[in-house]
Design a protein around this ligand. Structure first.
Ligand code: SF4
Ligand code: SF4
Length: 82
């Protein structure tokens, strides 16, 4: 059981959207286009990373953002900043 939970947690943390809230102009594109219905804009405005099991890591929010606020990071461990 513990091993199973470990796997689930690893899967959950697989995708992360990092936000740079200061650049957000609240256009709402990200929330509109997120296929999982996540209110990405709310996260961006608070400068919070999006680490949610419902995020499928499609990267659409990041590609529709006109200000480059959103960044998709893949992988269980990501220490590299591009
Ligand atoms: S990566 Fe895809 S699923 Fe995740 S928050 Fe962005 S648009 Fe939504
Ligand atoms: S698409 Fe970018 S600028 Fe527009 S609300 Fe989302 S994070 Fe802010």
């Amino acid at each position: 059981m513990a091993a199973y939970l470990g796997i689930v947690q690893r899967f959950k943390s697989r995708f992360r959207i990092t936000t740079n809230g200061g650049q957000c102009i609240s256009c709402g594109n990200c929330s509109t286009y997120c296929e999982m219905g996540i209110d990405v804009r709310a996260y961006a405005q608070k400068g919070q990373d999006i680490v949610r099991s419902s995020c499928v890591g499609c990267g659409i929010c990041s590609s529709v953002c006109p200000r480059g606020v959103l960044n998709l990071e893949n992988g269980p461990v990501s220490t590299r900043k591009i």
